[in-house]
Design a protein around this ligand. Structure first.
Ligand SMILES: Nc1ncnc2c1ncn2[C@@H]1O[C@H](COP(=O)(O)OP(=O)(O)OP(=O)(O)O)[C@@H](O)[C@H]1O
Ligand SMILES: [Mg+2]
Length: 307
């Protein structure tokens, strides 16, 4: 079967989104190649990938805004329970911010029982600008407005395409906090190329590159992975001689110079490094400025997967 399906009688443990062998080609170029995405219900799923990886195509296909070339995308929510924030949200310029949010609320709740407009304008930092016309909003304000319109109807599934890309650090912080607050009330799938944002709020991560899902699973597993433990040693003196000595040590797997005055040392286990490395550094006469284990960041894991 090709296309998008919805299950109305899903069990509580069913994934919120499941794509099977999803393919999307534009002309002859594959934008999505056999993607099997699994978004657990209740998760905060971060979809990361460089420009052109296929993030927008995947989100749009899940939202039903683009048809897949082959494969299926199944969403366990009704249409009015899904909210989508496109990467560049656009609104009729003559509307005020308040009217735009009111309209979004009305689309979800035509009966008019819902009254969340002031609350979300406040949450997204738009209360003061809410009576201004959106034609005069900055890009960051439009992105905040997009988030406001997306969450006003209390959706069960929130699809956010780069929700914080146009925001200043404070705005990013606010939007990330808002996304984190959705935990427990909604399943969130958001795309980003800002890996720090994903690392901060997501529990599940998918790494997309050139249309292929290279990793999907818990953030913790991705960051631990099968990486060799590494230490960063900063030195006062030129690091060459110290590196030479460390390379002769049995439990040192590798030594890489980081500039002139620091070394990245890969070791067989943290245990041997914690007892042995200080001794080796002392024996080499090294003047050590700082010394500590290198945590694997999402950025490093991502670069390793995509290189
Ligand atoms: N409407 C379209 N027509 C033709 N090619 C398209 C279309 N939309 C996307 N593509 C191509 O599909 C690939 C994936 O694009 P997509 O916009 O999904 O990537 P993305 O990960 O969202 O990138 P970005 O981080 O820049 O937003 C790219 O090579 C892009 O050029
Ligand atoms: Mg995109």
């Amino acid at each position: 079967m090709t296309g998008r399906a919805r299950k109305s009688a899903a069990s509580p443990t069913s994934p919120m989104i499941e794509t099977t062998a999803l393919v999307k080609t534009y002309g002859t170029k594959p934008a999505l190649a056999n993607v099997n995405l699994l978004v657990p219900t209740g998760s905060l799923y971060g979809l990361v990938g460089p420009n052109g990886a296929g993030k927008t195509t995947l989100l749009d296909t899940i939202a039903g805004l683009r048809a897949p070339t082959s494969g299926t995308a199944t969403v366990n929510a009704a249409t009015n329970e899904i909210a989508v924030l496109p990467d560049t949200p656009r609104y009729d310029p003559w509307l005020t911010g308040r009217e735009a949010v009111l309209l979004a609320q009305h689309l979800t709740d035509p009966s008019g029982g819902m009254d969340r407009v002031d609350e979300v304008l406040e949450q997204t930092g738009l209360a003061e600008a809410s009576s201004r016309r959106v034609g005069g909003y900055s890009r960051g304000m439009l992105q905040r407005l997009g988030v406001a319109c997306t969450i006003v109807g209390k959706p069960r599934l929130v699809l956010l395409d780069e929700p914080a890309s146009a925001l200043d650090p404070q705005g990013r912080r606010e939007i990330l906090d808002l996304i984190a607050e959705l935990r427990g009330t909604a399943t969130v799938l958001f795309s980003s190329h800002i890996l720090g944002d994903v690392q901060e709020v997501c529990d599940t991560v998918g790494v997309l590159n050139q249309g292929e899902l290279l990793y999907q699973g818990s953030l913790g597993d991705l960051l631990v992975g099968d990486a060799v433990p590494r230490y960063l040693v900063r030195l006062r003196d030129a690091a060459d001689a110290v590196a030479k000595r460390l390379r002769t040590v049995a439990w040192v797997e590798g030594v890489t110079a980081v500039g002139d005055q620091a070394l990245e040392v890969q070791v067989t286990s943290l245990d041997v490094a914690e007892t042995g490395l200080p001794k080796e550094l002392a024996a080499a006469g090294a003047r050590v400025v700082s010394y500590g284990p290198l945590e694997v960041t999402l950025e490093q894991a991502f670069l390793e997967l995509t290189r």
